[in-house]
Design a protein around this ligand. Structure first.
Ligand SMILES: Nc1ncnc2c1ncn2[C@@H]1O[C@H](COP(=O)(O)OP(=O)(O)OP(=O)(O)O)[C@@H](O)[C@H]1O
Ligand SMILES: [Mg+2]
Length: 216
């Protein structure tokens, strides 16, 4: 589903990724762990086509993304990849359901269809009652689940998450982790999760260890 070959990336004179090869299968849940500064976020951004490698190839779902033009690439990203960040990054002016609908709008889905799909997902996540609340009226765990719902609205094959449970307490953390597995079991999505959470890394299908820009 995701294939990275010989990826290198530098910021100025600092080489952050030093030749990364990694392959992630469809429906796999893979965690990426490693010390701060190892290059985990950089790698995830490159996997998600949010950043470009200096050298190497990235292919997602059989498409070599490095060869795509910007406009084509953003459409591809919006339909194939969902992102979940450490801090939910919901838009404060919009309700939970509106936040979830935004990527569908961008993909050109009608309001009616986006609304139906967003309600289904929020329902699945036990957030039905919270749909019309704005982010500042939601708990941390609820906000993070809304962010996951937003990542799912276009039914992407791949979900990339960067320390998604980093800002949550133990109970919300466990609920969010369980949700990833429920989603994979129900919809077959592929998950790549950067985490400092030992408990999460333990339960994923595979853990990739990164140190100083290389995979161990
Ligand atoms: N845009 C940038 N410009 C310059 N340096 C950068 C940039 N992004 C990241 N770096 C540097 O690259 C290195 C790797 O950063 P990265 O964010 O990938 O690490 P990380 O493994 O995600 O760390 P953490 O666990 O702290 O989030 C760090 O030394 C960081 O300072
Ligand atoms: Mg990081």
């Amino acid at each position: 589903m995701i294939k990275l070959e010989r990826i290198t990336k530098s910021f100025g004179t600092l080489q952050v990724l030093k030749g990364i090869d990694v392959e992630i299968g469809k429906g796999e849940i893979v965690s990426i762990v490693g010390p701060s500064g190892a290059g985990k976020t950089t790698l995830l951004q490159i996997m998600g086509t949010l950043d470009e490698p200096d050298t190497g190839l990235v292919s997602i779902d059989g498409t070599i993304v490095s060869r795509m033009k910007q406009k084509e690439l953003s459409a591809f990203r919006n339909s194939h990849i969902g992102f979940v960040f450490q801090f939910h990054q919901l838009l404060p002016e919009f309700t939970a359901i509106e936040n979830v609908m935004i990527p569908a709008f961008i993909a050109g889905v009608s309001t009616k269809d986006s609304l139906t799909r967003a309600s289904e997902i929020l329902d699945f996540m036990g957030l039905k009652e919270r749909a019309s609340h704005k982010p500042n009226e939601l708990s941390g765990g609820e906000k993070q689940r809304v962010a996951v719902a937003r990542a799912l609205i276009n039914n992407p094959a791949v979900i990339l998450a960067d320390e998604p449970s980093g800002s949550l307490d133990t109970r919300n953390k466990e609920e969010l982790h369980q949700l990833f597995f429920d989603l994979r079991n129900k919809f077959g999505q592929t998950f790549v999760i950067v985490t400092h959470d030992e408990a999460l890394a333990q339960i994923t299908d595979r853990t990739v260890h990164m140190i100083d820009g290389i995979i161990q």
